[in-house]
Design a binder for this molecule. Structure first.
Ligand code: 5GP
Length: 202
C-alpha cells in the first residue's frame, strides 16, 4: 500500500517547494506553529556547511560528504539531490518521515523540485504545494509595461519564469504568496480538505 495515503492511519506527506524569494521558510514555520493538522517538519540532511545561527539536528543534519554518501548507499534517503548545482547535497532521511508518523503527525518536507519529483513518484498521494510569488504571474506584463528591457533580455527572463511555472504544474497545488496570512490560510484549507477526506473514509 502507498504509505502516504494509508486511509487507516491518515498519514500524509506534505511537500512544499518554491523559488527563492517565495517566502517558503516563513510560510513553513507559520504552518508548523498554526496548522490544525499536526505537521512535523522533516529535518533534511545536507553537505553544505552550517550558517551562523544554524543548529545541527535542528535546522539540518550537517553531514560530511562521506557520511552522506554512506547513508545514500545504505538506502537511508527517501530522496536526495544536488541543489542548484552548488556541489552541495540535500536529502530527506526515511527516519524523518518515520519520526513524523510515530508522532501521529504529517511529514512536512521543504525540498527542491528535483527532490519533490522523486517523492511524487514514490508517493503519488503526497500533498504537493508549489509556493510562488505574484511577480512570476505578472512577470511578463511588468517587464513589458516597463518598456526598458531589450527583447532578448525579456525573452531570457520569460524563459526562466516559464521553466519555474512548468515545475509548478507538476504539483497538486500552486499557492501565490501575495500576502503571508492569506497564503498560510490557503495552505491550511488545502490540508483541512485532505484531513476531511480521511475522516470521510474512516
Ligand atoms: P538552503 O541551503 O538555502 O537552506 O536550501 C537550499 C535549497 O535546498 C532550498 O531550495 C530547499 O528547498 C532545498 N532543500 C532543503 N532540504 C532538502 C532536501 O532534503 N531535499 C531536497 N531535494 N532539497 C532540499
Amino acid at each position: 500500500m502507498n504509505q502516504s495515503t494509508d486511509s487507516t492511519s491518515g498519514f500524509q506527506i506534505v511537500v512544499i517547494s518554491g523559488p527563492s524569494g517565495s517566502g517558503k521558510t516563513t510560510v513553513v514555520s507559520r504552518l508548523e506553529r498554526e496548522s490544525s493538522v499536526p505537521l512535523i517538519k522533516s529535518i533534511s540532511a545536507t553537505t553544505r556547511p552550517a550558517r551562523v545561527n544554524e543548529v545541527d539536528g535542528q535546522d539540518y543534519y550537517f553531514f560530511k560528504q562521506e557520511e552522506f554518501d554512506r547513508k545514500r548507499e545504505a538506502g537511508e534517503f527517501l530522496e536526495y539531490a544536488e541543489v542548484h548545482r552548488t556541489g552541495y547535497w540535500y536529502g530527506t532521511l526515511k527516519s524523518e518521515v518515520d519520526r513524523a508518523r510515530k508522532l501521529n503527525g504529517w511529514a512536512l518536507l521543504e525540498i527542491d523540485v528535483e527532490g519533490a519529483l522523486n517523492v511524487m513518484q514514490q508517493y503519488p498521494g503526497a500533498i504537493t504545494i508549489f509556493l510562488t510569488t505574484p511577480s512570476e504571474q505578472e512577470f511578463e506584463r511588468r517587464l513589458r509595461d516597463r518598456g526598458t528591457e531589450q527583447e532578448e533580455v525579456i525573452q531570457r527572463r520569460l524563459q526562466t519564469a516559464r521553466q519555474e511555472l512548468k515545475s509548478a504544474n507538476l504539483y497538486k497545488y500552486t499557492v501565490i504568496n501575495d500576502h503571508l496570512d492569506r497564503a498560510v490560510n490557503e495552505i491550511q484549507e488545502i490540508l483541512h480538505h485532505h484531513a476531511g477526506e480521511h475522516c470521510e473514509h474512516a
